[in-house]
Design a protein around this ligand. Structure first.
Ligand SMILES: Nc1ncnc2c1ncn2[C@@H]1O[C@H](COP(=O)(O)OP(=O)(O)OP(=O)(O)O)[C@@H](O)[C@H]1O
Ligand SMILES: [Mg+2]
Length: 377
């Protein structure tokens, strides 16, 4: 405890440099330092508010006083203690009689040079924000699958009957009526081809999983963009050269990133248009899906950032739904397809949109069958 106290006060306050304690107390996240035997050694102001107790009362107490013994947060602390590496978990429940129910993101890390302590950062997230972040695209993926299945069964079959009947009528009709019968046939063909485009959304189309080099996917997508919809864009690549392979389907992932890149390019205009493609390996990032106790490890993070106008307020929260678009020529199927494919891969999409900075993060599972690392092409 003394060690940690000295850590906190090492930088003494001056007019220019606030001390560490002041900085930690200004944060909205809870910061705690916990010894390996579970004793709270430090708690910042945000922590006092979250746990509704003063730091002077809570320091020196056991963490079990604040966090129930069966909480996944304690499992995270244990994991950090055992592995010696930092762990982040999103969307964990924190439920105690004292503070009620909260949904939190947790980051826990060993303290370099202080092996007997773990630092724990807890960020509260409103349940609405969590659902928005994790579930919009999953919900959209499910509803679009149901829609596709309905279209295939309830609409396509009767349409082939209508088309056949129109064709029979056409054979025996007067010239005038032939034109109308042909119109019926052509328009039914047009509807059938639209429904066929939706087929890709229906469930039950198994696809092969393989080890995919995501940089190859991004290069292909970028080249396609540069020769068509993204001619006006300057690309910046920030790739992690030692990124492992993604577990997925190459062609479907091309589709995902093509749609995201096309949207990013369409959101920008003029000579200052820029798209930043980033890949990163996020160690220890796991996601808890509401309704399930298991947490999935999605360490590969691929981000597409543009400096366009941002997502229009009117469609925020809906843009993964099919047919949601604010473009005159848009079908509104691009992001619905992204949602469906990422969901099929067991991945997650996060979205961060502000004017001049919209980022889609796609988190995907790693291929564990091979320990190959990929090189930037
Ligand atoms: N990077 C982005 N910046 C701003 N708005 C975006 C971005 N990506 C998506 N959107 C918004 O989300 C809507 C839905 O996107 P989606 O890709 O599903 O359809 P679309 O691009 O309109 O049509 P399509 O992809 O079929 O050509 C877009 O119309 C746009 O308003
Ligand atoms: Mg699109």
């Amino acid at each position: 405890m003394a060690k940690v106290a000295s850590l906190m006060t090492r930088a003494t306050g001056t007019a220019e440099t606030p001390d560490f304690e002041t900085i930690l107390n200004a944060l909205v996240s809870t910061i705690m330092v916990i010894s390996n035997d579970g004793i709270i050694s430090y708690l910042n102001n945000a922590g006092e508010q979250l746990f509704q107790g003063s730091a002077s009362h809570l320091t020196g107490q056991n963490i079990n006083l604040l966090i129930p013994a069966d909480s996944p947060i304690l499992a995270v602390l244990k994991q950090v203690k055992n592995s010696g590496t930092a762990v982040s978990e999103y969307g964990l429940p924190l439920e105690t009689p004292r503070i009620g129910e909260h949904l939190v993101n947790v980051y826990a890390s060993p303290l370099p040079d202080h092996p007997d302590f773990v630092i724990l950062a807890i960020q509260e997230r409103s349940i609405a924000a969590a659902i928005d972040r994790q579930l919009t695209h999953r919900g959209a993926a499910r509803s679009v699958s149901a829609l596709a299945a309905m279209l295939a069964h309830e609409v396509k079959n009767p349409l082939s009957g209508i088309r056949g009947a129109a064709q029979l009528l056409e054979d025996n009709a007067s010239d005038e009526d032939k034109k109308l019968a042909r119109l019926i046939r052509d328009e039914t063909d047009r509807i059938v081809s639209l429904i066929n485009r939706m087929d890709i959304f229906s469930d039950g189309m198994p696809f092969e999983h393989e080890a995919v080099n995501i940089h190859q996917v991004l290069d292909r997508v970028r080249k396609l963009g540069e020769s068509s919809f993204a001619k006006h864009v300057r690309f910046v690549e920030k790739y992690d050269p030692s990124l492992p392979f993604v577990m997925g389907n190459h062609d479907q992932l091309v589709q995902v990133f093509l749609n995201l890149l096309k949207n990013a390019a369409e959101a920008t205009s003029g000579s200052g248009s820029e798209i930043v493609l980033t890949t990163a390996y996020k160690h220890g990032v796991r996601f808890a899906f509401p309704g399930s106790n298991s947490r999935v490890h999605l360490p590969l993070k691929i981000s597409i950032q543009d400096n366009g106008e941002g997502i229009a307020k009117s469609i925020q929260g809906y843009m993964f739904d099919a047919f949601v678009t604010n473009k005159p020529e848009g079908s509104g199927l691009g992001l619905a397809l992204v949602a469906k494919i990422v969901d099929d891969h067991g991945g997650i999409i996060e979205l961060d949109s502000h004017p001049s900075r919209t980022i889609f993060h796609v988190m995907l599972p790693m291929d564990t069958s091979a320990s190959k690392k990929i090189k930037k092409q």
